[in-house]
Design a protein around this ligand. Structure first.
Ligand SMILES: [Zn+2]
Length: 64
């Protein structure tokens, strides 16, 4: 049965390929990596805007 690798869309064969449904071990690992990075999403650090605002205000004060 012909099948397409879900990672790179290359045709892969369930009978001939040990890494089926992937075309290669590389694509299998890529899929694992994608799954892992989705699971361990690192939330973006919250940028404290108030601190930079304060420093800008301080600079204005000194200019005036
Ligand atoms: Zn592939």
């Amino acid at each position: 049965m012909k099948y397409h690798c879900p990672i790179c869309r290359k045709p892969t064969d369930s009978a001939a390929n040990a890494d089926f449904p992937f075309c290669s071990e590389r694509c299998k690992l890529l899929d694992l990596g994608a799954w892992a990075s989705e699971k361990y999403v690192i939330s973006e650090p919250v940028i404290d805007e108030s601190s930079s605002e304060n420093s800008n205000r301080k600079a204005d004060d000194e200019r005036n």
